[in-house]
Design a protein around this ligand. Structure first.
Ligand code: GAR
Length: 192
């Protein structure tokens, strides 16, 4: 079976959706590991619910990215991970992981890239006043949300729509799009 490591820093709604699809037998893979950079992230409780092993680290305990990514890499190798799935991991991936998993790291981002990269893409879209935004799933490279796009879906922002509503609708798309992309990645048997 294809083995995924999900990287997340926050709530974990995307993690839960993927875990449910795996449990339902809709994805030909397993989530073998959750990597999390925040001790108090909600996603950790969710990993427990689904019985997924976790690797939690505090970046402040390390001299820098190279050092903590090296430790992550040891874990990934221990679990024989095939794909890294970034689901709300709010940190740039460094050379250590990029070199170890070339074209094997995918990220979901709540905008139509290349518009609104980085933090708070939904807030950025609302502040700019665009009428259409969306969701992008892409391969990860050394840039900020710059890797090759795998799939996108657009959504029209309603007049006067607030942040909460737009975020909810964007997450609905994410929860459909991300498992779909992961299903395709697994079917293509890009297993090392
Ligand atoms: C998701 O909306 C994801 O697109 C976004 O973080 C959220 C995590 O939600 N990622 C980024 O903004 C990456 N730049 P979740 O923890 O409920 O899955």
């Amino acid at each position: 079976k294809v083995k995924l490591a999900v990287f997340a820093s926050g709530t974990g709604s995307n993690f839960v959706t993927i875990a449910k699809e795996v449990a339902a037998g809709n994805l030909d893979c397993e989530i073998s590991l959750l990597v999390c950079d925040k001790q108090d992230a909600k996603v950790l409780e969710k990993a427990k619910t689904f019985g997924v092993s976790t690797f939690v680290f505090n970046p402040k305990d390390y001299t820098g990215k190279a050092e903590f990514e090296q430790e992550i890499l040891v874990k990934l190798q221990e679990f024989e991970i095939d794909w890294l799935i970034l689901a709300g991991y709010m940190r740039l991936i460094g050379q250590t992981l990029l070199a170890a998993y070339p074209s094997r790291i995918v990220n979901i981002h709540p905008s139509l890239l290349p518009a609104f990269p980085g933090k708070d893409a939904i807030g950025q879209a609302l502040a700019y006043g665009v009428k259409i935004t969306g969701v992008t799933v892409h391969f990860v490279d050394e840039g900020m949300d710059t890797g090759q796009i795998i799939d996108q879906e657009q959504i029209r922002i309603n007049d006067g729509e607030d942040r909460e509503s737009l975020q909810r609708r964007i997450q609905e798309i994410e929860h459909r799009l991300f498992p779909e992309v992961i299903r395709n990645l697994c079917v293509k048997q890009y297993v090392r």
